[in-house]
Design a protein around this ligand. Structure first.
Ligand SMILES: Cc1cc2nc3c(=O)[nH]c(=O)nc-3n(C[C@H](O)[C@H](O)[C@H](O)COP(=O)(O)OP(=O)(O)OC[C@H]3O[C@@H](n4cnc5c(N)ncnc54)[C@H](O)[C@@H]3O)c2cc1C
Length: 434
């Protein structure tokens, strides 16, 4: 067995249970490619697979390790849907656009499920998800969703549960008044999915380079992508750095990094729970989210730890002690876990856009981007990758619905953007209380 050089991954439960051990070289020469992808998270790796499957010669450059960013640190919740209130975009995309993006929200899960099956990715996939309502207003909105899904051609079971059904079947907590289960959504080990997909891409011929941060991009018919020790000359480029992209986009082109705000989200993982405990707190092994703006999300891992996430942080500074911040929140939902050890704690950056619709499009004829999944990227990244590959291959123009929506540019540098978002979120949290 080859040694795993994972010292650059942030410590997390996922890092401790990483299964794919492929090591990739650092770029140290000048090479050519049809498409150069910058970023080795889901957006980048899934784009690489989509493109190599269509016959393109693909190079992928990653600053750190594959899945080092949000893709290898997230809650692992694969939840149907894209964006939040698609109705808000009616003016820009019309009914046709709303229908198309709604359908893509279902297709997105299908892309992930098919990918896992096709390449036999070992990532603890478990089907079953539940939205948790704590207020009658939230229950009403879930009832509408449930009706809409059951009247559509969605083939998975979706059903409403009242409080006692919820406690018996999904979450053993008094905090919620009901919920909606969706058996077409679920959970998985995101770092194993990302690194497993990278291994598949590599086997298909994608040239992957890690520890190869892109420093500069020079646009042109052939785009020059420069790292410290090498260069890729590519006919097309995909920017897939999301919240970690910094100011990489070429100067003189629209600055896509100003259209997202990086916000921190955090997770704790308990020690493995005994059968009595895990069957009491999450009897159906669903992934769950509550419906607050600043939501809590939690699920069991394959070895029956509780992975409890939340506490979105817009200040740009990680909390000093993630466990100290999240443990009381966990106990509020599950008081019976008092005294349970926390084995892992970690966080990562999500890219938030002002309107919370993913930003997928192109900056020039040959420079594309995908970002701003606003905390909902396990499936949507895969859909974005498919859209980018379809566009590059001239197979569909479905990307147009995303390009027709204008995205707010946050004024000022990162230091002003974060407080602005914090203010906006505080306002929404206040509304949340009513
Ligand atoms: C704590 C947390 C919990 C979350 N929970 C969920 C969840 O349960 N469900 C869900 O659907 N979504 C969740 N998300 C969001 C989801 O993880 C992201 O939307 C998704 O992973 C984004 O993927 P990405 O590939 O676009 O970005 P990332 O995974 O962040 O990857 C971007 C990569 O680009 C690289 N990069 C940046 N700049 C350069 C450069 N100059 N040169 C080379 N490489 C570069 C970075 O190193 C990084 O690896 C969560 C996010 C976090 C942080």
């Amino acid at each position: 067995m080859t040694a795993i050089h994972t010292e650059q991954y942030p410590p997390s439960y996922y890092h401790s249970s990483l299964k794919y051990q492929q090591e990739y070289p650092t770029l140290a020469e000048a090479i050519n490619a049809d498409v150069c992808i910058i970023g080795g998270g889901f957006s980048g790796i899934a784009s690489a697979i989509e493109l190599v499957e269509r016959g393109y010669n693909v190079v992928l450059l990653e600053s750190h390790k594959i899945g080092w960013g949000a893709s290898g640190r997230n809650g692992g919740q694969m939840i149907r849907g894209i964006g939040h209130e698609l109705e808000d975009f009616r003016k820009s995309i019309g009914q046709q656009g709303i229908d198309a993006i709604s359908a893509m929200g279902i297709e997105a899960n299908k892309v992930v499920l098919e990918r896992i099956k096709k390449y036999q990715v070992d990532c603890d996939l478990t089907m079953g998800y539940c939205d948790l309502a704590a207020k009658p207003k939230q229950m009403k909105s879930l009832e509408q969703d449930c009706k809409r899904l059951n009247n559509s051609d969605y083939t998975y079971e979706v059903k409403m549960l009242d409080k006692s059904e919820l406690i018996k079947q999904v979450v053993g907590s008094e905090n919620f008044i009901g919920g909606m289960t969706d058996m077409g959504s679920g959970h998985l080990h995101p770092l194993n999915l990302c690194t497993g997909e990278a291994q598949a891409a590599h086997t298909l011929g994608v040239r992957i380079f890690t520890n190869s941060a892109v420093k500069n991009i020079i646009p042109g018919d052939i785009v020059q992508i420069k790292t410290s020790h090498g260069q890729v000359n590519a006919k097309k480029v995909i920017l897939a750095g999301n919240a970690y992209i910094g100011d990489l986009a070429p100067k003189k082109l629209p600055n896509i990094s100003k259209k997202i705000l990086p916000a921190g989200s955090y997770i704790i993982a308990t020690e493995p729970l005994n059968d009595i405990l895990h069957k009491k707190i999450l009897p159906g092994n669903h992934a769950v989210c509550d419906m607050k703006i600043d939501l809590d999300y939690f699920r069991l891992s394959a070895d029956k730890r509780l992975l409890f996430g939340g506490m979105c942080n817009y200040s740009g500074r990680d909390p000093k002690d993630i466990k100290a911040a999240l443990y009381p929140k966990m106990l509020k939902v599950f008081p019976e876990l008092a005294g349970i050890n926390i084995d892992h704690q970690w966080g990562g950056m999500i890219g938030i856009g002002a309107n919370r619709l993913p930003q997928i499009g192109h900056l020039t004829d040959n420079i594309y981007y995908a970002q701003a999944y606003s905390g909902h990227g396990v499936n949507v990244t895969h859909m974005a990758a498919k859209l980018l590959a379809e566009t590059i291959h001239g197979e569909s123009d479905r990307i147009k619905y995303f390009e027709q929506v204008k995205h707010f540019t946050f004024p000022g540098g990162k230091h002003l953007r974060s407080p602005l978002l914090a203010l906006g979120m505080m306002y929404h949290k206040m509304l949340d209380r009513f």
